[in-house]
Design a binder for this molecule. Structure first.
Ligand SMILES: Cc1ncc(COP(=O)(O)O)c(C=O)c1O
Length: 375
């Protein structure tokens, strides 16, 4: 059980009750145990590479992923951008990725800013993941007029959906054959690995670099880690300094991240089961899923149920200390280790009450419209 602080409770009905924050798996609160782990950590300088907790975390995750070295950084945006920049030495060059990729859409245009690379976004026609054929069709060969592709960047999970390992292998084989580097935005690779039972190492074989977030489903307060070979991580460390991302006494953050990998990651499968239970309950009430639920994320579309997220759903959920994000008829619900069955049951009850209240309303709406249309 975690202690809810006043700030996190802003906007909810009962500031003393437990808050269920389903806006993102970044919305976890550090537990008392985590603070105890932080107290025990080393307190040396990571920029001088003298901090043992940072070293231990980097070596531990690199080993889990089957890579030589790791670099502990402040955020997933930083580890993605460092990874891509470190692959991309000299323009003109480009990156090929899914058109929905975080590195393309949600990192403030970092690829063009940091690496001066253009992006070839690929539409995944199956709605889940891009295929080897789709990636290959968008690889740009070297010629006088183009920015040749240097990196293929994949994301797993993408909006909670698992990228099948068999397809990753086909893409990786093609990329290696063509001399392209493979980067993975594995912010939630932990979820994919726990759900499928495929070790991180098996995924790791297919990539030259992987970024794994620690502050999402893993539940650590801060951080993300980049893994690759020793020379690559050396160069990424130099770029991290260039970004202003060299941090000094980061040991407590590294120690708590390792604690979370060991203690929170094994709970992910039960979080995924809860997510499926919630998704099934919503579907049973006439709410559609925008994409399949493979892990901890549920993307809903409430148009068929006639629910406006901001006006109809958010206020009653807040009344029950549940927060989600959404607009219009689309919302994103993300589960993590601090969400339990009570939250799921409460959520489903709120939705059924909203739908029941709506069932009484439709008569009003047309009548009002008709009245206003009268001369
Ligand atoms: C798939 C993915 N990659 C990278 C990031 C970036 O992580 P951060 O917020 O730590 O910069 C996020 C953030 O939500 C993400 O969802």
């Amino acid at each position: 059980m975690y202690i809810v602080n006043g700030l996190k409770n802003n906007g909810v009905a009962n500031p003393h009750a437990k808050v269920y924050d389903l806006r993102s798996d970044t919305e976890t609160a550090p537990t008392e145990e985590m603070f105890e782990v932080m107290k025990q950590a080393s307190r040396a300088d990571d920029v001088f590479q003298e901090d043992s907790s940072c070293r231990e975390l980097e070596e531990y995750v690199a080993d889990l992923c089957g890579h030589e070295a790791g670099l502990f950084c402040a955020s997933g945006t930083m580890t993605n951008q460092l990874g891509l920049l470190t692959h991309l030495r000299c323009p003109p060059h480009s990156v090929v990725c899914d058109s929905r990729a975080h590195v393309f859409l949600l990192e403030a245009g970092g690829i063009s800013f940091h690496a001066r690379a253009s992006v070839s976004p690929v539409i995944a026609s199956n709605g889940v993941h891009v295929t080897k054929e789709e990636i290959e069709a968008n690889v740009i060969a070297k010629d006088l007029y183009s920015a040749p592709t240097k990196v293929v960047s994949l994301e797993n999970t993408l909006s909670g959906m698992i990228f099948p390992l068999s397809e990753i292998r086909r893409i990786s084989d093609m990329a290696r054959h063509r001399g392209l580097a493979m980067h993975l935005d594995g912010a939630r690779l932990w979820n994919a690995s726990e759900e499928t039972g495929i070790p991180l190492k098996e995924y790791g074989k297919n990539f030259d670099s992987m970024s794994l977030c620690l502050s999402k489903g893993v539940g650590a307060p801060i951080g993300s880690i980049l893994v690759g070979n020793a020379d690559f991580i050396d160069r990424a460390r130099h770029h991290r300094k260039l970004f202003g991302g060299g941090w000094r006494q980061a040991g407590p953050l590294a120690a708590v991240a390792k604690y979370c990998i060991e203690n929170v990651v094994p709970t992910m499968k039960s979080t995924h089961q809860l997510a499926r239970r919630l998704a099934d309950g919503l579907v049973a009430q006439g709410i559609d899923l925008q994409i399949p639920v493979h892990t901890n994320m549920i993307m809903i579309d409430t148009s068929r149920a006639g629910i406006d997220i901001q006006n109809d759903l958010l206020p009653p959920l807040l009344e029950h200390n549940i927060r989600i994000g959404g607009m219009g008829t689309k919302a994103r619900i993300v589960l993590h280790h601090q969400i339990d069955q009570v939250a799921v049951d409460t959520f489903l009850n709120v939705v059924s009450q909203v739908i029941a209240a709506k069932a009484d309303q439709p008569l009003d709406i047309p009548v009002r419209r008709m009245v206003s249309m009268m001369p």
